[in-house]
Write a protein of this length. Structure first.
Length: 368
């Protein structure tokens, strides 16, 4: 029986990619902000409808360097219900994450809890558009303006998402996108930062190139965060097909909703107002008291059938072993509750609807 993984990378036609990289062979320009890199920056800027974008080797590198470029200090309010990268980017900048609980419906930061966490050490908020769900942007902006805080969105899941007609990368002081192979849009590995302030852009340009300002001046402690030409070439190819990929994902989501809606004990993702979705993930939250079995039992039953879901996000980042119990997970009870019950089920453009129906049937038949 063929395995069904939780995700599958979308690939452009083989010949299209080969044609795209031919002139790389001719130019011998493989990295260091080459023609493909620059062309991709311009095309992404247009597609995402943003003022500026800088490309990086990956989304984590982009977020980490963005925080560094802003010269932040002290405490950063963020969410523990996220991928490791968000929290690690904060900690690796020697900043202190302060964990805010999440909304039980969209799983993004609960904006009613933010102000109580602000101290005289708080310098920024790093919210996450979880699973492609859009945060409460207006309230986060209000709070940030009231207290003079920076807002850096982790928008790793929201490539191509629009909110009230605007590209999602326009909000906050900056937004990070991941172009990892598992995402809706990818460059194999890659990432980007969208921003408004051109001075921030200059700092990002410098930091992703070892802190080099010019041929004889290195005035920043940077790293090698430059996207290479082969990754950029893949990005140019996949960008031509991304709208088609999102349309296919929409059909998969609609099939899941049709077959799982109304099952007591299974919470489906919200349909948000004023949001043009990219259908990045399909998480379900299983209430074992109403459904009759646990998330882990569903996970295992699917695996027996060679269907590989993911406990995403579990554990909370605040519970990671690397922090040695430093953070109290019980201070974010909703996030803790959801993390123990959430399951992201297979979701990708080429997932056949017959497979979707089979997955739904296995889950539905487990209800007691």
């Amino acid at each position: 029986m063929k395995k069904i993984l939780v995700t599958q990378t979308s690939m452009p036609p083989y010949e299209e990619y080969i044609n795209e990289i031919k002139d790389v062979w001719e130019s011998h320009w493989l990295t260091n902000m080459g023609p493909k890199h620059n062309k991709l920056e311009n095309q992404l800027k247009e597609y995402l409808s943003v003022d500026n974008i800088s490309l990086f080797t990956n989304g984590h590198n982009a977020l980490e360097l963005c925080l560094q470029a802003m010269n932040l200090s002290g405490e950063i309010i963020t969410t523990p219900f996220t991928f490791a990268s968000t929290t690690h980017a904060i900690v690796r900048n020697r900043l202190e994450p302060v964990f805010c609980d999440i909304d039980p419906i969209d799983y993004c930061m609960d904006v009613t809890k933010i102000e109580s966490l602000i101290t005289d050490k708080t310098t920024a908020i790093v919210p996450v558009h979880v699973y492609g769900n859009v945060c409460n942007i207006e309230e986060i902006e209000r709070i940030a303006k009231k207290y003079g805080l920076k807002v850096i969105y982790d928008a790793a899941h929201t490539f191509g998402v629009r909110y009230k007609g605007q590209g999602i990368g326009n909000f906050g002081d900056a937004s990070m996108f991941s172009f990892h192979a598992t995402k809706v849009y990818h460059t194999i590995e890659g990432g980007g930062i969208c921003y408004h302030d051109v001075e921030l852009g200059r700092e990002l340009y410098k930091l992703r190139d070892f802190g080099i300002k010019d041929a004889e001046t290195v005035d920043g402690v940077g790293t090698n965060g430059k996207m290479n030409e082969f990754a950029a070439a893949m990005g140019l190819c996949t960008l031509r097909h991304v709208d088609e990929e999102i349309a296919k994902r929409k059909k998969v989501v609609e099939c899941y909703r049709e077959n799982l809606d109304g099952i007591e004990g299974i919470q489906l993702p919200p349909i948000q107002k004023n949001v043009l979705s990219n259908y990045a993930y399909f998480p379900i939250v299983i209430d074992e008291k109403k459904f009759g079995v646990t998330r882990n039992e569903v996970f295992e039953a699917l695996a027996v059938q060679h269907i590989y879901a993911r406990k995403y996000f579990y554990p909370l980042t605040s519970a990671f072993d690397c922090f040695h119990g430093k953070y109290d997970v019980y201070k974010t009870p909703v996030a803790l509750h959801v993390s123990k019950r959430v399951l992201t089920i297979p979701m990708f453009a080429e997932l056949h609807l017959d497979c979707v129906k089979r997955i739904c049937s296995i889950i539905a038949n487990m209800k007691k």
